[in-house]
Design a protein around this ligand. Structure first.
Ligand code: GLN
Length: 204
């Protein structure tokens, strides 16, 4: 199968590597490709949208004329993993913890309201062990991470994290074939990449 990583900005290489390792661990033969143009979305069995800076990724996608096609691909049921800024991009409602409504370009397919930079600044980044329904316990790295303030069906929370200031916050969401995380699984585990590959292979 062909598996794509949106490669406009952010930690693209880590996602390419995580997909390669996940495919090897599952004995699935996968060609893992960078996606920078709309035509590179054709024929994908699974997709990852990396973390980085959601405003930058969204604006680049818009300028390159790939934003609408990307939305269609996710809506069409291609198993998708969106991490951190990628999850922001997927959400239907986005605000920033300090500046409020951002008006940034969005895919707006995930039934979730997201608050960007909800744990504070770069130095407030942290790690925690997180139990993820259907995935297991993972080491989660939160880097200027968002919080899912709200989800509504068919999206639902599949992981939470307890934070000294923010309290109990949603850390991961599933909506049908879409997995969205506030943290960066590509840095510590292949579990999420395996989950979307298994969805693509019809095993999950
Ligand atoms: N704060 C970034 C944003 O909202 C996300 C950070 C990240 O992807 N690590 O776009």
């Amino acid at each position: 199968m062909k598996v794509g990583v949106l490669a406009l900005q952010g930690d693209v290489e880590e996602h390419l590597e995580a997909f390669r390792r996940a495919a090897a661990e599952l004995n699935i033969s996968a060609e893992v490709v960078r996606v920078k143009r709309a035509d590179q979305l054709d024929g994908l069995s699974a997709l990852a949208i990396p973390g980085g800076e959601s405003t930058t990724i969204g604006k680049l996608a818009q300028r390159l004329g790939i934003l609408d096609r990307l939305r269609t691909v996710v809506e069409s049921g291609v198993p998708t993993l969106a991490t951190c800024a990628g999850a922001v991009l997927l959400a239907k409602e986005v605000s920033d913890a300090i500046v409020g409504p951002t008006g940034q370009p969005l895919l707006a397919v995930l039934n979730a309201a997201v608050v960007r930079n909800a744990y504070g600044r770069q130095r407030d980044s942290f790690e925690a062990n997180v139990d993820v329904e259907g995935v297991g316990t993972v080491r989660a790295v939160f880097i200027r991470a968002p919080i899912f303030a709200k989800t509504w069906p068919p999206a639902r929370a599949i992981a939470h994290v307890d934070h000294p200031r923010a309290g109990r916050a949603i850390a991961a969401v599933r909506q049908d074939h879409v997995l969205a995380t506030a943290f960066h699984p590509e840095l510590t585990t292949t579990a999420f990449h395996k989950a979307v590959l298994e969805m693509a292979a019809g095993r999950l």
